[in-house]
Design a protein around this ligand. Sequence first.
Ligand SMILES: Cc1cc2nc3c(=O)[nH]c(=O)nc-3n(C[C@H](O)[C@H](O)[C@H](O)COP(=O)(O)O)c2cc1C
Ligand code: SF4
Length: 703
Amino acid sequence: MKYPHLFSEGKIGNVTIRNRTVMAPMISGLANFDGTPSEQLIRYYEERAKNGLGLLITEATRINNFYGAFMPRQLSLTHDRLIGPFGKMVDRVHAHGTKVFCQIHHPGRQAISILALMAPFLELMNRTNPFYNEMMEFGFEIMGKMMSRVDFNIDMVSALKLSRFPAVVAPSNVPSKHYFQRTRALRRFEIKRLEKQFIAAAKRVQLSGADGVQVHSSHGYLIQEFLSNLTNRRKDEYGGDLDNRMRFLVNIIKGIRRECGPDFPVTVRLTVDEFFRRYGMPHQGIELEEGVEIARRLDQLGMIDAFDVSTGTYDTFNYWLEPASFEPGWRKNLVEGVKKVVSVPIIAVNVIRTPGQAEQQLADGTQDFVSTGRQFLADPAWVAKAGRDAPEEISRCISCLRCIESLYQNSIRGGIMECSVNPKLGRERETAKPRVNGAGRTVVVIGGGPAGMKAADTAAIRGFKVVLFERSGAMGGQLKIAQVPPKKDKIDWCLEDLESADRRDGVEIRLNSSPSVADIKALDPYAVIVATGANPIVPNIPGVNGKNVYTINQVLEGAVKLKGKRVAVIGSGMTGLETAEKLAEDGNEIMIIEMLDKIGPDAFDQNLADVRSRLDKHKPEYITSFRLIEIGDGEITLEHTGSCRQIHEKADAVVLSVGVCSENVLFGKLKSELERVYAVGDARRIGRIYSAVREGFDTAWNL
Ligand SMILES: Cc1cc2nc3c(=O)[nH]c(=O)nc-3n(C[C@H](O)[C@H](O)[C@H](O)COP(=O)(O)O)c2cc1C
Ligand code: SF4
């Protein structure tokens, strides 16, 4: 056995777990609208369980309907009638040998206030209408279609502060900077009621047949809001010194023990460092020393069977859900800090992406169980692959954050989360049956970028004979340059994993090949999938053909090397900002020009915060609401998008990052000559890795 520690049995309380793998709790947007597990959610969990997962910790499950709802489709254990359906899900997971703990949760000030009205209403409708879930799914689907052009984001949630929705509740009236919603302090009797609701929910977990409970005291939600002096300003017995701030959690733990007995495993997920010092707020909130002390005092109760160590809060989001710049194992010292002072096993997430890393962290004693969230989204079978010593078959999570971004965007419309490397995520039921009916017929794929590679592999697995043509000398398409900027090396994992899957599954790869229509027809293909990507847009303005003007592709491909120059980067999308960071690191002075009124207008907030946390150290000049209208020798002319006022800026070089347009000439030619021709990825519509991979998969799956 190559990973002896990973595959050794472990114990939490009196529950034996077949190996040391834990699927971290992750809200999924897959539950039914009434809070029961949907078939979709159960299949999603089963897929991980049947592939060897040791312990499943369910998504954050609500204990209160009024202020405790976190999203429309979330598991709930607010009533006894939910025990039965929850138990059926537990049984289905148990059938594969995986143990189940349920995470119980209240979002506190991170609730979305609109749901305070919605959840009880949905509950009531459910009791009076047997076709409730079907109706809701249908209703949300229609609503989703109507709203599909609306880009839901945190700014929109923040706008709710202006509305008359009820205030969200917290220990004190300290609104989250993340949402800025009206926030009110809980009254004492409400705190007592919430303690009882946590305890009642834990009892329901036990009655459902689940193996244990996890009390979510992390990530800036209600319990952590009590623990942290930044959010808890109470003057009563629930605020002030550490014992008082811990009182809410301690009362919950003691109550659960009383109700569930000594043998039922109780675990706590704890933020041991809120990292406010990284946001210019030293000595505020929970820092490691206090986080470790909280763990020590909790351990001394003698009532907790394991600690699940985590970090961060909503206002320091990137420290609880890390973007790509965080290295595997970065929490090591934090986890070890807790392990030294407690007497029970430690579970911890730690950007765990490979079995080798997991084995190492277990072997060196950093933690007793390796927990990962996103690696289980990226590849539900990673444990099984490790078990048969085939780590090279694992699709690694690249920490791109599309899953959480899509959860925000889609769940409010009843949609599901998406993964950049796993297009089957949330569609386990629909994609369960392998459709091996290619019968050796030929499928031609043009282009070796993410869409082409995924299409090729999917068709090959289905039994087609696949020939993939790639114009250049290496596979990867845009991934080859996307990995060049600082901290983007995980993109290379995606490239490597997609390419090795193609090679493993027998795709015939022809590099340095640009076939003509005649060449393709000569192969007599059953279908042709065109994934020819996109070309950079070069705006038609005076001076654009000058020798000091470059595209980001030229910079990232290394065709041009700039050093010691004043460089104007035109366009502040993620690619523009990442390229600017590279140019700054190469020793250039940077100016970033954006037509719109904000930097990174389409970027996901977390990724934007990540790149800016490094880029801003180079002190770039940001110019918003100006468009480039002329490039001269050593100077550019910009025009204000509103007033048309013109300004001149010194620039030795101009780097264009103003978008790309589809390369689909070959697609047009083939379409008129052959029956089954499909464009995917950027060749069809400009998108990102997740859309390219998904289109490649869907097209080949549905051939
Ligand atoms: C889509 C998504 C939903 C999450 N929901 C929860 C949750 O319900 N409860 C929780 O404690 N953590 C939640 N997390 C955080 C994960 O449990 C985990 O701490 C985080 O993803 C970092 O670990 P990883 O790099 O292995 O994914 C969520 C993360 C993601 C990506
Ligand atoms: S979307 Fe990105 S971060 Fe999320 S699981 Fe997939 S690869 Fe990882």
